[in-house]
Design a protein around this ligand. Structure first.
Ligand code: KPL
Length: 294
């Protein structure tokens, strides 16, 4: 007997949300975008290395919900999480499965109904562009996890989502990505440079080293088994994405609120709870709360 595949409600049909919706629909799931008010379907173009693809996503607004949402994909940028969740207020319950596909940590903490199941998605894929055009720069590894066992639909999804892995204990994967984002994103945003500048500019490299050391000290305090050595991992990410504009640099260039609160802010809040300070991260947050580059 074949199990019916989920219908997903999507919050945030930006680059990552659209890519996830693409793979989900390829695997036979259905996806609708949750909008503030009734809206026509969204027609999107995904530009892959070898081909272009079209994706049409129906929209649904709060007044059109008739039942509880069973599967919610949260791919909104972290500063807009609260506003996005307002759209589904009263439609989530303990039976809802939430898949969080966002940078940083903690954006959904305390914001879901008791008992709701939470899955995390972490990706090293890169997508750029502005809706409705999304250019897939790289289809790298994506990890889904946070539960002892994958959901029944995971194996089918793996056949359509390149390099999709299951990781029951996803915390270290999240932390590794968090440190890369906490170093590459704010430094490239502040200095308005591509990611590769962290490899080629000795002064940026020195700052990256200090940021990594502080993050490793904190993460070791949170989990003594944390392997550390973040600096070489971060430099590798900067090398692999040398020509990229980091998402924070892009946000800052267009004057949008950055995700620094969910990235470096999360590290700083954890440090404070443990009576520690992370001076380099604190200074970066302060520096970036100033004006956008001109
Ligand atoms: O995730 C990224 C981002 O820009 O948000 C990196 C890995 C730094 C790639 O640009």
């Amino acid at each position: 007997m074949t199990e019916s595949l989920p219908h997903w409600h999507l919050l945030g049909a930006g680059n990552m949300g659209t890519l996830a919706a693409w793979y989900l629909t390829r695997a036979g799931h259905t996806v609708s975008v949750v909008t503030d008010s009734p809206a026509p379907p969204q027609h999107k173009t995904l530009i892959f290395a070898e081909h272009n693809a079209s994706l049409t996503l129906p929209c649904v607004s709060p007044s059109q919900f008739h039942s509880t949402i069973t599967h919610l994909l949260v791919a909104s940028k972290t500063p807009y999480t609260e506003a996005a969740l307002r759209r589904v207020n009263g439609h989530l319950d303990s039976m809802t499965l939430v898949l969080r596909f966002q940078n940083g940590m903690g954006a959904l903490d305390g914001r879901l109904p008791p008992g709701a199941t939470m899955l995390e998605a972490i990706t090293t894929s890169a997508v750029k562009g502005q809706s409705p055009q999304h250019t897939i720069v790289a289809e790298n590894t994506t990890w889904l996890g946070g539960l002892p066992q994958p959901p029944a639909w995971f194996e089918g999804l793996q056949r359509h989502w390149p390099n999709l892995c299951w990781e029951a204990d996803i915390r270290w994967v999240q932390w590794k990505k968090l440190v890369a984002n906490a170093v590459i994103n704010p430094l490239t945003a502040l200095h308005d440079v591509p990611n590769g500048a962290l490899v080629s500019d000795p002064s940026l490299q020195q700052q990256a080293r200090a940021l990594c050391a502080e993050a490793d000290t904190l993460l070791t305090a949170l989990d003594s088994r944390w392997p550390g050595n973040s600096f070489s991992a971060v430099l590798q990410v900067a090398r692999d994405t040398a020509g990229n504009t980091s998402s924070m640099r892009a946000d800052r260039q267009r004057g949008a609120t950055t995700e620094i609160e969910a990235i470096n802010g999360w590290l700083l809040r954890q440090a404070q709870r443990h009576g520690m300070d992370l001076p380099s991260h604190r200074r970066l947050i302060e520096a970036l709360s100033g004006q956008a580059p001109t």
